[in-house]
Ligand binder design. Structure first.
Ligand code: HPA
Length: 236
């Protein structure tokens, strides 16, 4: 069995998949955090692996950037490989005075400028929300391990380079904590496919303060976030 974008045979992908945007990040996660990791995909270099974290079988696969790319992989995982839980593990740009570099955000809901969900929802607004079960699992794990988290809204944009930077003020006044490019689409397709999804995001830059993490800080931040997500999956 294979799909247009995934060459894994039937049964090779676990029911829970971590989804970083960067396929090299997927390889890094597999090599450093999973045991007995085996490759499952290299079509278009969108690397994927299946392995174990403390006995729990998990997969990790890149999605590329933006809703269209992410949605291709996430839809095929859910529809053809029986994946039930998808956790995006990525970065976002921070919004607002209280958000600082390195913060871990749990995207409870995702607003968007994308038409992706409208294309499936009779051109109406779809409230793109995280799986409560996954969200609660990560929140409880964060509390248990003493890892501070922010839970709230993010904005999934199709434009990494925005036409109007003043729009960030509008996002702030609506309580948005971060900007990224995938979660609204991921949450919409997860609802349609009947599976659970959650985005966990490290704040890698601040969009109103012209700040960004160094490569080493980014690495440390992502490692901390990934360990939190993995701990939540073995706890639940
Ligand atoms: N915009 C969109 N996506 C992002 C950003 C950003 O500033 N930072 C990390 N992912």
């Amino acid at each position: 069995m294979s799909t247009p974008h995934i060459e894994a045979p039937a049964g090779a992908i676990a029911d829970t998949v971590l989804l970083p945007g960067d396929p090299l990040r997927a390889r890094h996660i597999a090599q450093t955090l999973l045991e007995k990791a085996e490759p499952i995909n290299a079509v278009r270099n969108m690397l994927g692996y299946t392995g174990y974290f403390r006995g729990r079988r998990l997969s990790v696969m890149g999605t590329g950037m933006g809703i269209p790319s992410c949605a291709i992989y996430a839809t095929e995982l859910a529809r053809f490989y029986g994946v039930k839980r998808m956790l995006r593990v990525g970065t976002c740009g921070g919004i607002g005075p209280e958000v600082v570099l390195g913060d871990i955000l749990l995207a409870q809901g995702a607003s968007t400028d994308s038409r992706f969900n409208r294309l499936h929802f009779a051109d109406q607004d779809f409230a793109a929300t995280a799986s409560f079960a996954l969200l609660r699992g990560v929140v409880e794990t964060g509390e248990r391990l003493g890892v501070a988290l922010r839970v709230g809204g993010v904005f999934s944009t199709d434009c990494f380079y925005p036409g109007d930077p003043a729009f960030h003020q509008r996002l702030q006044s609506h309580g948005i904590l971060g900007v990224e490019m995938e979660s609204a689409g991921l949450y919409g397709l997860a609802a349609r496919e009947g599976v659970q999804a959650l985005s966990v995001l490290t704040v890698s830059d601040h969009l109103q303060r012209d700040q960004h993490l160094s490569a080493a800080e980014r690495e440390r931040g992502l490692g901390r976030m990934l360990r939190l997500v993995l701990e939540s999956l073995v706890a639940g």
